[in-house]
Design a protein around this ligand. Structure first.
Ligand code: HEC
Length: 403
């Protein structure tokens, strides 16, 4: 947060908006990526399942109905016919179908390592179907297996050697492991595979496009909101701040800002103008009363000096100027204590009044010795009164010379 604290509101807003929106977009993109991936996988599994079922149904049908023909036409052996049909079914698609068995007759139907593991699982755990996305990033593939169970009709060729048709016996000898199945036993499985890499890549490309569009929208959003905030909030607030700084620097309360709308900024400007008007009025009043006071002490018969708590002289009359032998300009800003014989005492008393709020000095007439600019000493009777100006005590001393 420290990095932010020194930035302008606009930058802060932009940084926060960029971070939040980027996080939001990334979440959305990730979500849609996952959803598309899941959808693609589900579609692939559904297709694989339906292909596998069609093949099993075809094979079961052939095994049941086409019983004597395979003797003369090997292409009508259920396995062989189903393999051909599967080829036609999937030609031109990305799906690749095999029918595999742990106890295969045709080496083409030997299962690979994945299929071997799944066939063993079908045999041992009676699982219904399995699928899995396997392979490295670029070559990911969906592997799907649906087990084939021995129907009574299958046993004609997969039951005992003795009851098998002659063409089967001729090809596969008595002790061949492709005999001896029982009804319900898993003979093999339809194995479907679909390469997923291309599909995943497509989602990746879609995602990239999404991110580019999102990025453009984000950028436009930030430009527009940044501009709006600057125009409607920051610039007006800045001009108010600048005016306040001006007033603080020059002490000139005559400045007014152009009124605008009734919104919050408009109210702020309105309040600023009201405050300025009030200060203007107060200053005028004070000036008038100061003038009155000046005129008043000017006609007084005695020297009068008005000074602040630290002794700095702020107002004098001609009589006082004459008393000290200095002009008004020379007197203003000097310390009254420097003109008193026992100035230190007086300062202590004034400061005492300053801190405790009362003093013997105030209101009482005391005898003092003042020193004029040439060092001449002069006895005076002094009376001090105190009043408040801008929260600070201000003292007025009447110094009546003793004749
Ligand atoms: C008419 C005989 C016959 C019938 C009936 C028959 N099969 Fe076969 N089966 C064969 C022959 C012959 C092969 C070897 C095919 C080849 O050379 O590709 C075979 C191969 C297979 C294979 C492939 C693995 C291997 O051994 O190469 C599976 C799996 C299979 N049969 C399952 C079945 C099922 C299930 C049924 C019942 C729905 C069935 N078969 C019915 C004769 C038959």
């Amino acid at each position: 947060m420290k990095i932010l604290s020194n930035r302008s509101v606009n930058t802060k807003f932009n940084i926060i908006a960029v971070l939040l929106l980027t996080a939001l977009f990334l979440c959305l993109a990730y979500n849609s990526y996952r959803r598309e991936q899941a959808l693609i996988l589900k579609t692939a599994v559904d297709n694989a399942r339906s292909i596998a079922r069609q093949i099993i149904e075809t094979r079961d049908y052939l095994s049941e109905i086409v019983t004597s023909e395979p003797e003369h036409n090997y292409n009508l052996v259920p396995q062989v016919a189903a393999t051909r049909i599967a080829k036609r079914l999937t030609s031109g698609s990305r799906y690749y179908v095999r029918q595999v068995s742990l106890r295969y007759r045709n080496p083409d139907n030997r299962p690979d390592s994945f299929e071997t593991a799944q066939l063993a699982a079908f045999r041992d755990t009676k699982a219904q179907e399995v699928w899995q996305v396997a392979g490295d990033d670029g070559k990911k593939a969906l592997r799907y297996l649906l087990p084939m169970k021995a129907e009574p009709s299958c046993l004609a060729c997969h039951g005992s050697y003795d009851s098998a048709p002659r063409f089967v016996r001729e090809r596969f000898p008595r002790r061949h492991y492709s005999y001896g199945y029982r009804v319900g036993e898993v003979i093999g499985a339809v194995s479907v595979s679909v390469p997923m890499g291309g599909l995943y890549r497509e989602i990746g490309v879609n995602l990239e496009h999404d991110l580019i569009y999102d990025g453009a929208v984000l950028f436009a959003y930030i430009l527009v909101t940044g501009w709006l905030i600057k125009r409607t909030i920051l610039t007006p607030v800045k001009s108010v701040a600048e005016s306040i700084a001006d007033v603080a620097r020059t002490g000139n309360f005559s400045e007014r800002l152009a009124e605008r709308g009734k919104d919050e900024i408009g109210e702020l400007i309105g309040s600023f103008n009201e405050l300025m008007a009030e200060l203007d009025r107060k200053t005028l009043q004070r000036k008038e009363s100061e003038d009155r006071y000046r005129n008043f002490i000017e006609i007084a018969q005695s020297p009068i000096v008005t000074f602040m708590g630290d002794g700095k002289i702020v107002i004098t009359n001609q009589k006082a100027e004459r008393l000290f032998g200095l002009t008004k300009q020379e007197l203003l800003g000097q310390r009254i204590f420097d003109f008193m014989e026992n100035g230190d005492e007086l300062r202590a008393e004034v400061e005492g009044n300053f801190s405790s709020g009362n003093s013997d000095l105030i209101g009482a007439t005391t005898r003092q010795t003042v020193r004029d600019v040439c060092g001449r000493l002069l006895e005076v009777d002094m009376v001090i009164s105190v009043s408040q100006a801008d929260q600070n005590p201000i003292f007025s001393a009447i110094l009546r010379p003793l004749k």
